[in-house]
Design a protein around this ligand. Structure first.
Ligand code: 5GP
Length: 120
């Protein structure tokens, strides 16, 4: 497990030091628009507690936190009105996964056909 960097950009957003286009918030998560959207809808969902990656979140977060996180994802998807047409979720993890911000986040992409999942 790598040490959590409290100065990463999402930690600053959580502390209110940097603005974000908030989409949803509850006791477990904050969701906001990606600053550099890759689709007409591009929302990031992050846990409020400090987890570097999906690996840490899945291994260290309590059952309540994990359930709360995914319950919120369902609410956000409904709020965005994207469930019927479909959407893609991505959790880039670590070096090979191309993770840039070291605070676990789930990308929700939607609003158009997104094509094949990955290139070789
Ligand atoms: P990753 O590559 O770590 O999976 O994704 C990080 C995402 O965070 C990128 O899609 C990037 O556009 C987004 N991002 C980086 N800095 C900021 C910021 O300051 N505000 C917002 N809303 N998104 C950011």
């Amino acid at each position: 497990m790598s040490a959590y960097d409290p100065n990463n950009i999402f930690a600053k957003i959580l502390r209110g030091e940097i603005p974000c286009g908030k989409v949803y918030e509850d006791e477990f998560v904050l969701a906001f628009n990606d600053v550099n959207p890759k689709a007409p809808v591009h929302v990031l969902v992050i846990p409020k507690k400090d987890y570097v990656s999906l690996t840490e979140f899945s291994q260290l977060a309590s059952a309540d936190e994990q359930a709360g996180f995914f319950h919120a994802v369902g609410k956000i998807v409904d709020q965005l009105g994207i469930a019927e047409a479909g959407y893609r979720t991505i959790a880039n993890t670590g070096l090979n996964g191309g993770q840039e911000v070291p605070h676990f986040h789930l990308h929700i992409l939607a609003g158009k056909s997104l094509g094949p999942m990955v290139s070789k």
